[in-house]
Design a protein around this ligand. Sequence first.
Ligand code: OOG
Ligand code: MG
Length: 255
Amino acid sequence: MTDLATIAERLDNAARTATAIPQLAADAGIDVDTAYAVQEALVGHRLARGETLVGLKMGLTSRAKMAQVGVDEVIWGRLTDAMRVDDGGTVTVGGLIHPRVEPEVAFLLDRLPEPGEPLADFASAVRAVAPALEVIDSRYRDFTFSLPDVIADNTSAAAYTIGPWQPVPAGIDNLGVLLEVDGRVVQTGSTAAILGDPRRALTEGVRLAGRYGVQLRTGWVFLAGAATAAVPLKPGAHVRAVVESLGTASLKVTP
Ligand code: OOG
Ligand code: MG
């Protein structure tokens, strides 16, 4: 049986050298709880290199995403400062394996929500909301993975861009979402696709992360998970997420 630290090291090397690797969890007999421990060790390598934790991301919170990757459980991962790309900034695909991009909704946390806190109270836990883009890049060959594999791989997290923060409007549970590449709409959806209401992704995230001893912090960013399937990120592309009433987040792609 391959130990947890070795798996974390393989995933870290795969990301740093932009080299796809075979899936690991089945051979290593890794379940979901162990996979989250691998994720912690994997992100630990980044922290040891000087990165800092700046938030959490949810994954597979919409049916479109679950169907695309064939895994139907909600998952969560960790975001570091080095993954952040300024709005309108540039992502270099040369350092990535087979990146995809997807439209997201981001929350800025104001105070520590308690696990199990009812949804209505989250208005006071969230300082602001923003349209966002996430770049995902599975470290596994063919972007194919099991549930424990994708959890161990920090839920494919690679980079993210946040548009302008703004106060949370009254209803954010049915806003139109578009993903544009070079001015063409390539995906359409609604924030309703995110667990019925993107605020529910936060409730779920607090509950799940709490189970693994992660404390959300004031000032942390929280990605609710994509409302649509992800699309390949190609060199030269201009990518934009448009979320009704919230505005846009954009990035450029260089080789
Ligand atoms: C897993 C990450 C999913 C989302 O927003 O659903 C995710 C993957 O699709 O590789 O970030
Ligand atoms: Mg995502």
